[in-house]
Design a protein around this ligand. Structure first.
Ligand SMILES: C[S@@+](CC[C@H](N)C(=O)[O-])C[C@H]1O[C@@H](n2cnc3c(N)ncnc32)[C@H](O)[C@@H]1O
Length: 196
């Protein structure tokens, strides 16, 4: 199972954004939804065994976390507007559970942030993507790793503390700082080549 965690520092944890102006009204949820596409969707299909956690830290309902799972996904389409429509429907749900509750096929919601992720991944090894780390091409990636990727602003202090507390391995994808979704696409290619 491939798992990714992306923390949206300002991404709205409520459905109060406009589909016609997603970047301008959602705290850049668009960045996170493109990452879902990169992690879960391939040409004409969906990857087997992939899961994405979007930790939403923006707005008064934060923190909340969306979980997208390829195993139970239905109606996942690659365009940003469709994914935003799906996310908005799930975020409109009032579930107060701090554990994940599936609201739509393949999309679950938890009324908690990294604590909800911790609860699910247990002691799984963490790998954080950083521009200035060991090259992924020479890195030995632990089995069952959970990959942590920053949004357009990188990591906030609380997420850095979480990463440090879990003793994460840091790997780089090369000398150029990429957009979050492109970083996930490059990493996915590396994992595909290793059949991980
Ligand atoms: C747009 S970058 C963040 C840039 C942000 N200004 C910063 O300083 O962290 C988004 C995320 O993608 C990942 N990333 C981008 N380029 C990378 C690279 N060359 N190697 C490893 N990770 C990368 C990192 O996790 C980064 O936090």
């Amino acid at each position: 199972m491939r798992r990714f965690v992306i923390v949206g520092r300002h991404a709205l944890a409520s459905p109060d954004f406009l589909l016609d102006d997603l970047p301008g009204t959602s705290g850049r949820l668009d960045v996170l939804l493109r990452s879902v596409r990169a992690a879960l969707l391939v040409s004409h299909g969906i990857r087997a065994g992939a899961r994405v956690y979007l930790v939403l830290l923006g707005g008064p309902r934060a923190p909340r976390t969306l979980r997208f799972d390829s195993a139970t996904a239905k109606f996942f389409r690659p365009d940003e507007r469709s994914l935003a429509t799906l996310a908005r429907k799930v975020l409109a749900h009032d579930s107060a559970s701090e554990r994940f509750v599936e609201i739509k096929p393949g999309v679950a919601l938890a009324a908690a942030g990294l604590a909800a992720v911790d609860e699910e991944i247990g002691a799984a090894p963490l790998v954080v993507l950083r521009e200035d780390a060991t090259d992924v091409r020479t890195a030995e990636l632990p089995n069952g790793a959970v990959f942590v990727v920053g949004d357009h602003l990188g990591f906030d202090a609380a997420t850095e503390a979480w990463i440090a507390g879990r003793d994460a391995l840091a790997v780089s994808l090369g000398p150029v700082s990429l957009h979050t979704d492109d970083a996930i696409a490059v990493l996915s290619n590396e994992l595909d080549r290793r059949a991980l």
